[in-house]
Design a protein around this ligand. Sequence first.
Ligand code: DC
Length: 229
Amino acid sequence: MTQTATTSSQAPVITIDGPTASGKGTVAHRVAKALGWAVLDSGALYRLTALAALRRGVAPDDEPGVARVAEALDVSFEGPHVYLEGADVGHDIRREEVGNFASRVAAFPGVRQALLERQRAFRLPPGLVADGRDMGTVVFPDASLKVFLVADVVARAERRRKQLIEKGISANLDDLLRDMRERDARDTGRATAPLAPAADAHVLDSSNLTIAETVQAILDFWQKANAGA
Ligand code: DC
């Protein structure tokens, strides 16, 4: 895969990678808020690609078709809002159907390549917290701090169920567990940019940590990294 040269003089980046529902999104937003930095939810770009492809009737096995959709994606982020072609789709991209489609098409090198520079463009001063699957390995290999957030699959399914219920969406734990295991296997087993910790990542298990404790652990890593700099 082609990679743009990055230098340490660029804005600092903290990457937070991990499996689905590991709490990356919430944690990334809170770490970014604590540091006064921007945040990149890279999964949202894959979900937006999936939603746009679904709406256009592009099949999930049509790699060139989905890659074209990714290249032409008309999206914008404003705070917590996500827009596709000018319409707020923050709720739609969280649907399980969209997440499953995203996980399938994220295996295509053409789709990943189409989204690569778009992700790097988020790297601006004073800094960026980027969450996803390959932030530390592919998109920002020179990140200042890399965290790989893991949590037990049952803990993650329970968290996801709670989130869905809070949004008024009914959810069955067994279905969520099955979907999550399938998605984990796809994200981990794909040939291009598989879900894996970077060699220099801190692996953090949040199964028994609260969100606040997880955020604090990452801020502590950041402080230690800077104290040693
Ligand atoms: O983090 P998420 O569940 O919103 O991501 C949706 C899908 O997008 C996920 O199943 C895998 C894919 N993804 C990816 O392949 N690489 C990323 N950096 C982020 C997400």
